[in-house]
Design a protein around this ligand. Structure first.
Ligand SMILES: NC(=O)c1ccc[n+]([C@@H]2O[C@H](COP(=O)([O-])OP(=O)(O)OC[C@H]3O[C@@H](n4cnc5c(N)ncnc54)[C@H](O)[C@@H]3O)[C@@H](O)[C@H]2O)c1
Length: 298
């Protein structure tokens, strides 16, 4: 078991949700923190919640921009002299189906969710490799293991980041750097509410869909954070967070090509295709009704 006391942890996405909770959990165990996020306000709110006396720096960083991440790594090196843990946590969601996407939507989500963690590796690996024992933790998702409808962009980014970091872990197996890939199920954060609508998505039902999706996000971020910190302490290679994620990834392993049909039977609220079909039917019958009433009025 490895202690995180005395480590220096660089955390992206530290301004909200899992990133914030992980910062707090690490600080409670005596780690120094280099926090980054695209939201300055989010970072300030996180700092307010840290235990008194935490050694912490913050920087506004867009993880999709390598120049931002490299400037942050230089600042961290200058301030702390080292980094022993890199946590790639920043991430975003995209609302809509592939037919609703502009190419820029896919580029945007890949920029944050895939290139972000790759930029983390590029900027921080030289520092991590100088440590006698270091860790990289990257948050993929349950959707880096299963691929539901309505998640083409998100799944592409989360499968990609998993592939990149699993291969990197194998390349680093004789080094001092351990790699953990985390696959959370539903965690109660802002991710659904702040997800961006794809360019051509009909946003009429976005609020209702977000509310429905948020019912699946149940685990408190502090619990996810404790599991993540524990994974660092035990050098766990893959962490599946939550019973929901455990069950669905198991279904995928047993039924690799038909698991989605089973999932939507268990969880009809996840069947975005059926929901869209029913809405279209309803809209068509309402339109027909209004034509009939117009004709009746004439
Ligand atoms: N909440 C869940 O149910 C869940 C499930 C699986 C995976 N995840 C993943 O967990 C990670 C954390 O998400 P969360 O649920 O805490 O969401 P969140 O929205 O609460 O936090 C995400 C943070 O990332 C920051 N961010 C967004 N774009 C950024 C950018 N370009 N550069 C830097 N920071 C940026 C946001 O400002 C925010 O502070 C994400 O990678 C997400 O995909 C979440």
């Amino acid at each position: 078991m490895r202690s995180v006391n005395g480590s220096v942890a660089a955390i992206t996405g530290a301004g909200s949700g899992i990133g914030r909770a992980t910062a707090i959990a690490l600080a409670k165990k005596g780690a120094a923190l280099a926090l980054s996020d695209i939201s300055e306000r989010g970072l300030a709110e996180t700092v307010e919640q840290l235990p008194p006396g935490t050694h912490v720096t913050t920087r506004v960083v867009d993880v999709a921009k390598i120049e931002d991440v490299e400037a942050w790594a230089r600042e961290v090196e200058h301030h702390f002299g080292r980094t022993s843990i890199l946590m790639n946590i920043a991430g975003v969601g995209l609302y809509g189906q592939y037919k609703d996407y502009a190419r820029a939507d896919l580029e945007w989500i890949m920029g944050v969710n895939f290139w972000g963690p790759v930029n983390g590796a590029q900027a921080f690996l030289p520092m991590l490799e100088r440590e006698p024992a270091a860790n990289i933790v990257t948050i993929s998702s349950l959707y880096g293991l299963i691929a539901p409808a309505g998640q083409t962009g998100y799944c592409a980014s989360k499968f990609a980041v998993r592939g990149f970091y699993e291969a990197l872990r194998h390349e680093l197996r004789e080094s001092s750097v351990s790699v953990t890939v985390v696959h959370p199920g539903g965690v109660a954060t802002n991710i659904a509410r702040t997800s961006r609508a794809a360019a051509k998505a009909d946003t009429t039902y976005k609020a209702a869909d977000t509310e429905r999706f948020e019912k699946l996000l149940r685990m408190p971020p502090s619990k996810a954070a404790d599991l993540i910190v524990r994974a660092v302490e035990t050098n766990k290679k893959r962490l599946i967070v939550g019973v929901d994620a455990q069950i669905f990834q198991m279904l995928q392993r047993i039924f690799p090509s038909s698991y989605y049909g089973i999932i939507v039977k268990i969880l009809p609220s996840a069947d975005t295709v059926a929901i869209a079909r029913e809405r279209a039917k309803l809209a068509a019958s309402e339109a027909a009704g209004s034509v009939r009433s117009t004709v009746g009025a004439a």
